[in-house]
Write a protein that binds this ligand. Structure first.
Ligand code: S3P
Length: 167
């Protein structure tokens, strides 16, 4: 188990915590959204708009297979990436997975005014967040949960490091 994989809904802090974790664990940090943007050359919102969500999910599958074969990584995954069973198997084989959580209200506040996330580019983003959270709750629930509510990113990273060293 050489990788650490962070999953969880948008706005739960996967990228911020992942960066800190990578620093502390002396691992390489990879953000799957950033990797896809770098490879494709377009922003995620553009990929969704021009090629459709399926094209972005196909990118996620390719990236999951690739990263699953590497080690010493801290991987912050896009919010739905690990909810795909094939992706979860690929990344779970070589990594410890943690799911970051936060209350819906917290997520709504954190994502207010966000223009980078195509799924929230709707008339009522708060309703969309609640709907997606409900739809995905069971799937996220399969992973070990790290509650981020009221904690700093440093505290969350330290909690994950403590989990890694005790289990
Ligand atoms: C998505 C989450 C986003 C990004 C894309 C779709 C989702 O990643 O992959 O906009 O379906 O939850 P973050 O969780 O990093 O925002």
């Amino acid at each position: 188990m050489t990788n650490v994989v962070l999953t969880g809904f948008m706005g739960t802090g996967k990228s911020t915590v992942g960066r800190l974790l990578a620093e502390r664990l002396r691992c390489v940090f990879v953000d799957t959204d950033e990797l896809i943007v770098a490879r494709d050359g377009r922003a995620i919102a553009e990929i969704f708009r021009e090629d459709g969500q399926a094209a972005f999910r196909a990118w996620e599958r390719r990236v999951a297979q690739e990263l699953g074969q590497q080690d010493n990584l801290v991987i912050a995954t896009g919010g739905r990436m690990m909810l795909d069973e094939v992706n979860a198997a690929a990344l779970g084989r070589s990594g410890r997975v943690f799911c970051l959580t936060a209350a819906p209200e917290t997520i709504i506040v954190r994502l207010e005014g966000d223009v980078r996330r195509p799924l929230l580019n709707v008339p009522d983003p708060a309703a969309k967040i609640r709907e997606l959270l409900e739809k995905r709750a069971e799937a996220y629930g399969r992973f070990p949960q790290i509650d981020t509510e009221g904690k700093t990113a440093v505290q969350v990273a330290e909690e994950i490091i403590a989990c890694l060293s005790t289990t």
